[in-house]
Design a protein around this ligand. Structure first.
Ligand SMILES: NC(=O)C1=CN([C@@H]2O[C@H](COP(=O)(O)OP(=O)(O)OC[C@H]3O[C@@H](n4cnc5c(N)ncnc54)[C@H](O)[C@@H]3O)[C@@H](O)[C@H]2O)C=CC1
Ligand SMILES: O=C(O)C(=O)Cc1ccc(O)cc1
Length: 347
C-alpha cells in the first residue's frame, strides 16, 4: 500500500502486543492501535488478517463499533463462504465487506514472515457479492495494486471448492505423511534421519500454523469431507493396482500424473516461493555486514535476500538473511556461530 500511496497512514492492531511492536519497528505499520476500537475508527479501509475463526469474531465486534460511513472491510482468509456471509451484515452500517484471498504465502507465520513482494504475480481472489457496488471493488483493487498480484473474482462457494482441492486437501495429505513417518520412527528412529529430499519437499507445508489450518478445515468442512472420500477411492485404486501387480496400470498412474504436472503453468518469480530465514545479531560498528556476507560467500552460500532490522544508533541490530534452501540455512548458521555471531531462526 505504501509504495502506491506514500501518504496513507497504516494503523495496526493485534491481540498479541509483540506482533504489533515488531510490525511497528519494521515499519510495516505507521502506528500501533491499543484496541480494535481505536484501530478501526475513522479508517477508510480495514484489512483483517487473522485466522478465519478470529476474523469472524472480529467481524462480530465490528458490528458494535463506530466505523466510518462508506468504509471498505476486506480479509485475507483462506476460506470465504462463512466470512462473506458474516461480512455482509456490515451493510446495515453502510460499510462494504469484500472477501479476499491472496493465494501466496509460506509455512511461516508472524510479522517476521512478511515480504513486500510476497503477492507479486500471485492470484488474489476477491469474492464480491451481488450487492457489492462496482466503485467499492475498484477502490479496493486500487488500494492493493502495489502488491502486483493478479486479481480474479470468484463466488465464495467456488473459491472454497478450488482452494479445498489445490491447497486444503494437499495440506491434510502432507500432515498425514508426517504422522505416518513419525509413527514408524518411534520404532525405528533412523527413518526420520533418512527422510530427506522428496519427503521434505512434499511435507514443507506441514510446518505451517496449526491454528490457521484448524480454522481452514473447520470452515471448509463439507467440501473437504467430499474430497477426502474421493482421495480414499484414489488410494484404493492404487492399492488394487499393487494387489493385482498391474505394472501397466502403475506406469499409467505415474505417467498421466507427470504429463498433467508438466502442463501446469510454470511458477513465476515472487509467488509461492519458500524462503528460509536466519536472524543474526549484529553489533553496531562498520564492517560487520560485509564480514557476515564475506564469510558466507567464501563457502559459496548464496543469500537470496538481506535486510537490516532495528539498526538504530548505539544498539545491537538484527540482520535477516534469506536462503534458498534449508541446507543453506543450516550451513550458514553453523558457520556464523563458529565466528561468534548469535543467530536464531524465525518460528
Ligand atoms: N500463511 C499463509 O501463507 C497464508 C495465510 N492466509 C490467511 O491469512 C490469515 C492470517 O494468516 P497468517 O498471517 O499466516 O497468520 P499469523 O499467525 O502469522 O498471523 C495471524 C495474527 O492474527 C492475530 N490474531 C488472532 N486473533 C486475533 C484477534 N481476534 N484480533 C486481532 N488479532 C488477532 C494473531 O495474534 C497473529 O499475530 C489466515 O486467515 C490465513 O488463512 C492467506 C494466504 C496465505
Ligand atoms: O506455503 C505455501 O506454499 C502455501 O501455499 C501457503 C499458503 C497457505 C494458505 C493459503 O491460503 C495460501 C497459501
Amino acid at each position: 500500500v505504501k509504495s502506491t500511496f506514500p501518504q496513507a497512514s497504516i494503523r495496526g492492531y493485534d491481540v498479541d502486543d509483540k506482533a504489533v511492536k515488531l510490525a511497528n519497528s519494521l515499519q510495516i505499520i505507521d502506528e500501533a492501535a491499543v484496541s480494535l476500537e481505536e484501530g478501526v475508527k475513522d479508517a477508510d479501509f480495514i484489512i483483517l488478517s487473522a485466522p478465519v475463526e478470529s476474523s469472524l469474531s472480529i467481524l462480530d465486534q465490528l458490528q458494535s463499533l463506530d466505523l466510518k460511513e462508506g468504509a471498505i472491510v476486506t480479509d485475507v482468509g483462506s476460506t470465504k463462504v462463512s466470512i462473506v456471509e458474516k461480512g455482509s451484515e456490515l451493510e446495515s452500517k453502510n460499510v462494504t465487506f469484500i472477501g479476499g484471498h491472496p493465494m501466496a504465502g509460506s509455512h511461516k507465520t508472524g510479522v517476521e514472515a512478511s515480504r513486500e513482494r510476497l503477492f507479486e504475480n500471485a492470484f488474489y481472489i476477491l469474492t464480491p457479492s451481488n450487492g457489492t457496488p462496482d466503485a467499492k471493488l475498484i477502490q479496493l483493487q486500487n488500494l492493493l495494486k502495489g502488491t502486483k498480484a493478479k486479481f480474479m473474482q470468484l463466488e465464495a462457494e467456488e473459491h472454497d471448492k478450488f482452494a479445498g482441492l489445490i491447497s486444503h486437501l494437499p495440506h491434510i495429505i502432507a500432515s498425514s505423511l508426517v504422522h505416518q513417518v513419525e509413527k514408524a520412527g518411534e520404532k525405528d528412529p533412523l527413518i526420520q534421519q533418512l527422510a530427506a529430499g522428496g519427503f521434505r519437499d512434499i511435507t514443507r507445508i506441514a510446518s505451517a500454523s496449526p491454528t490457521m489450518w484448524r480454522d481452514i478445515l473447520m470452515h471448509n468442512r463439507s467440501v473437504l469431507i467430499d474430497m477426502l472420500k474421493e482421495w480414499k477411492n484414489r488410494m484404493e485404486h492404487v492399492e488394487s493396482l499393487l494387489e493385482n501387480r498391474d505394472s501397466e496400470g502403475i506406469y499409467a498412474f505415474f505417467s498421466d500424473a507427470k504429463d498433467a504436472r508438466d502442463r501446469l503453468p510454470s511458477k513465476k518469480k515472487g509467488a509461492m516461493l519458500p524462503f528460509y530465514d536466519l536472524f543474526v545479531d549484529i553489533p553496531d560498528h562498520p564492517g560487520v555486514i560485509s564480514d557476515v556476507t564475506a564469510l558466507l560467500a567464501k563457502q559459496n552460500i548464496s543469500i537470496t535476500n538481506i535486510r537490516i532490522i532495528e539498526a538504530r544508533e548505539g544498539i545491537m541490530g538484527v540482520l535477516r538473511l534469506s536462503f534458498r534452501s534449508e541446507s543453506d540455512l543450516v550451513h550458514a548458521k553453523g558457520l556464523l556461530e563458529e565466528h561468534m555471531y548469535e543467530t536464531y531462526e524465525a518460528p
